[in-house]
Ligand binder design. Sequence first.
Ligand SMILES: [Zn+2]
Length: 166
Amino acid sequence: MTVPRNPVGDAKEVLDMYWADSGGDLRLPVDPVKIARQMGAAVYLSDLAPGVSGQLEADDWGQTILLSPDNGPNRQRFTCAHEIGHLVDRGKRGGPAVFIDYRDGRAAQGTDSAEIYANQFAAELLMPADHVRRLAREGWTTQQMATRFGVSQAAMGIRRDNLRCA
Ligand SMILES: [Zn+2]
């Protein structure tokens, strides 16, 4: 039986467990590298194959997230959040031992639905919907919000569109 995926709920759960303070508030920007490490994964910058922005390797001993230093910090953050998504998904449903994610969005191992899950998970982890909506109501520009959440302006614009608070 297939368990339905819930990327938004899963990301909220991870934020609650590993990032929220005792009052339930989130420090922004969210740091996915710290979260991954708190979850027990190792995170390294590593020279990866050409065009690869990140990968997750899992075995019986643990999980390792590798990020390409060729990408800027915002891209590294998004890739790390995406790999945490694979890690969580794998924990709940199983999956391949290695995920390889290319800069152009291609993934060598994952299925499309696993990649959609990881992207939605990453968007909620780095740009939690409640916070995006609140800042939008307060009149923040996309540029200001991108800085606050530590993402590119392009990613921030897409997030606002998707949440219908552009
Ligand atoms: Zn992926």
